[in-house]
Design a protein around this ligand. Structure first.
Ligand SMILES: *[C@@H]1O[C@H](CO)[C@@H](O)[C@H](O)[C@H]1NC(C)=O
Length: 343
């Protein structure tokens, strides 16, 4: 009797183990199957095509890792922002940064900054600014895999000041900068600086429209005919005093401002909503445009920033970045190299 009972318990334990193992295997298979489903669906959504099975396998692995990272991060409490499964989820962070973030700031430590600042005596600024509501911001654009963030940033700031000074919002040509602004520091898809783009626009007496000189996303030869047509122009540009968020606020209160940031982190890659609080460093590698600022419902102060990665990234192509941080450089170095064109 005693022996039978022992056998009974051993069998029961074995069965339970077997059951547990089966559940584990099934759940792993199910997880993989659901990941597979999600990857398939995601490929359809973003019209992704892979060359062969090897490439698919590699991308699927990265997809799985990134989706797990995104979901784990979102479950952690105490964050002001969410990550999302966007169009960049099948890329590692290194792959992601390489072709896109080509602001040249950190490579040129001896950049000569202008020292006049027309907003230095501004004493009052509104608590909220959104230049989109004033009609000074064109729809979000997509630079694709060309590292000309600097052109998109400079163009957005130029579109802004042109609208504020003439009342007309005209979408202007980044491709003209990519193709024609090649005699100085700026090198099309290989990178550039917003200040040098402003210099080109001044010397060229303006820029053509986006419609007439459309974006191609690759380096091309300068179309001199189109480049001689100027839909909007600027007369000069200035730099915002560096490492001073108050100075930046005075500037943004008056017009959209080109800013350089460190956008190299995974959280930036997968940012989807909320006020971004980092993590990021101050190795400036990306050019974007500050088109406003405000305070979120939970009281977090932010900069409203227009990016050039299409509308499926972030909040319809925008990111709200924490404002008024302890570091003088601002979050991700946003206050380090801000500048603006003058009509
Ligand atoms: C700011 O005020 C000072 C003192 O009145 C003046 O010298 C300076 O030119 C002003 N700056 C601007 C940009 O108007």
């Amino acid at each position: 009797m005693g022996c039978n009972k022992q056998l009974y318990y051993i069998s029961l334990a074995l069965l339970m183990c077997l059951g547990l193992w089966a559940v584990q295997v099934t759940s792993r298979t199910l997880q993989d199957a659901s990941m597979y489903e999600r990857h398939q669906q995601w490929m359809g959504q973003y019209a992704k095509i892979y060359n062969d099975h090897q490439e698919w396998e590699k991308r699927f692995q990265i997809f799985k890792e990134n989706v797990n990272y995104i979901e784990t991060s979102n479950k952690e409490g105490g964050r002001f922002y969410k990550l999302g499964v966007n169009q960049f989820v099948d890329l590692t962070n290194e792959e992601f940064i390489a072709p896109r973030n080509r602001f040249k700031g950190h490579m040129c430590s001896s950049i000569i900054r202008t020292n006049t600042y027309k907003y230095e005596n501004v004493t009052t600024v509104p608590s909220n600014v959104d230049w989109r509501q004033k009609g000074a911001v064109t729809p979000v654009k997509d630079q694709g895999q060309c590292g000309c963030c600097w052109a998109f940033s400079a163009v957005a700031a130029t579109e802004g000041i042109h609208q504020l000074s003439t009342g007309k919002l005209i979408s202007l040509s980044e491709q003209e900068l990519v193709d024609c602004d090649t005699k100085g520091v700026d090198q099309g898809c290989e990178g550039g600086l917003m200040d040098d783009a402003f210099k080109f626009i001044i010397q060229n007496h303006g820029l053509d429209t986006e419609a007439k000189y459309p974006y191609q996303g690759v380096d091309g030869t300068c179309n001199a005919n189109e480049a001689s047509i100027n839909a909007a122009t600027i007369t000069s540009y200035e730099d915002v005093p560096t490492n001073n968020e108050q100075a930046l606020q005075k500037a943004v209160a008056n017009q959209p401002i080109s800013v350089a940031i460190d956008a190299s982190g995974s959280d930036f890659q997968f940012y989807t909503s909320g006020v971004f609080t980092g993590s990021c460093g101050t190795e400036l590698d990306h050019g974007v445009t500050a088109v406003g600022y405000g305070v979120s419902d939970d009281g977090t102060k932010y900069w409203l920033v227009k990016n050039s990665w299409g509308t499926s990234w972030g909040e319809e192509g925008y990111i709200r970045m924490q404002r008024g941080v302890d570091a003088v450089e601002g979050l991700c170095g946003i206050a380090m190299q801000a500048s603006y064109p003058i009509a």
